[in-house]
Ligand binder design. Structure first.
Ligand code: 5RP
Length: 251
C-alpha cells in the first residue's frame, strides 16, 4: 500500500505562528471535507476531535450537510453533539459506520496509533473498528518513530476488581521494555473512572516495543484487561497539520 504523503500546500504567512490548538482545528476541518450528507459518522473524543464535531454541527445548521447520524465515542462527545443538535445513535442500531474522525496521542510511520490518554479508548476502538473509513487528525507533535516509546504512556483499561493484581501482571508482561505501571488518577486523587466504569493503568515504557501485534495479544490475554490504547492497522488516513501546511497520509 502507498504510504507516501500527499502534500496539500497551505503555508501560513512567514510571520505568523499557529498555536497547537489552531493546528488541531486545521486538521479537523480538513477531515470534515470527507463528510457527505446521509452518512453515519463516528464522532471522536478529545480537543482535536472537538473541532471536527463543532464543524459538523455548523455545516448541519447551515444546511450544507443533511441527514447525518453521529455515533459518539464518549459521554463528553455525546453532550457536545447534543448541544449542537447532531442526531445521535449507537452501534447496536448502526453496526456499520461510514466514516469516523478522531484524534490520537501518537502516530507512527505505518499509521499505527496510541489513543486513550483522554480515557475513551474502548468506545473509540469499537466504533472506529466498525468504520469503513477512519480518518485521524493530529498536529505534527503527535508523529513518532515508534508508538508507546519513552515519552508518554500506553493506556490499558482494566476492570476495577483487584486492579493492582492486573497492573502487576501487565508490568510483568511488559518488563522487557522497562515498564512502570501506574493507576491513572482523576479528581481529588481518586482513580480515574472511564465511561464504562473501569480504571486505566498507564504503562510507561523505557524501550520501544518490538512486535506490536505480539505485545497487543499478550496484553489482551490477561484476565482483568478490557482493552489497550494501541490502534494497529486501523487508520485509513492521517491528516497532520504543521507550521508548513497540511499533510495527508493514506494507508
Ligand atoms: C481520547 C483520545 C484522544 O483522541 C487523544 O487523547 C488525543 O487527544 P487530543 O486531541 O486532545 O490531543 O484517544 O481517548
Amino acid at each position: 500500500s502507498d504510504k507516501s504523503p500527499i502534500d496539500v500546500p497551505s503555508p501560513p504567512p512567514p510571520s505568523m505562528t499557529l498555536t497547537q490548538d489552531e493546528l488541531k482545528r486545521i486538521a479537523a476541518y480538513k477531515a470534515v471535507d470527507f463528510v457527505q450528507s446521509n452518512m453515519v459518522l463516528g464522532l471522536g473524543t478529545g480537543s482535536t476531535a472537538k473541532h471536527a464535531v463543532d464543524r459538523i454541527g455548523e455545516l448541519l445548521r447551515q444546511g450544507k450537510l443533511e441527514n447525518i447520524v453521529g455515533i459518539p465515542t464518549s459521554k463528553k462527545t455525546q453532550e457536545q453533539a447534543l448541544s449542537l443538535n447532531i442526531p445521535l445513535s449507537d452501534l447496536d442500531a448502526h453496526p456499520v459506520i461510514d466514516l469516523s474522525i478522531d484524534g490520537a496521542d501518537e502516530v507512527d510511520p505505518c499509521l499505527n496509533l496510541v489513543k486513550g490518554r483522554g480515557g475513551s479508548l474502548l468506545r473509540e476502538k469499537m466504533i472506529e473498528g466498525a468504520s469503513k473509513k477512519f480518518v485521524v487528525i493530529v498536529d505534527e507533535s503527535k508523529m513518532v518513530k515508534h508508538i508507546g516509546g519513552s515519552k508518554m504512556a500506553l493506556p490499558v483499561e482494566t476492570v476495577p476488581f483487584c486492579w493492582k493484581f492486573t497492573a502487576e501482571r501487565l508490568r510483568r508482561v511488559m518488563e522487557g521494555y522497562g515498564c512502570e505501571a501506574k493507576l491513572r488518577l482523576g479528581e481529588k486523587g481518586k482513580a480515574f473512572v472511564t465511561d464504562n466504569g473501569n480504571y486505566i493503568v498507564d504503562m510507561y515504557l523505557e524501550k520501544d516495543m518490538g512486535d506490536l501485534n505480539a505485545v497487543s495479544d499478550e496484553i489482551l490475554r490477561l484476565p482483568g484487561v478490557v482493552e489497550h490504547g494501541m490502534f494497529l492497522d486501523m487508520a485509513s488516513t492521517v491528516i497532520i497539520a504543521g507550521e508548513l501546511g497540511v499533510k495527508i497520509k493514506n494507508k
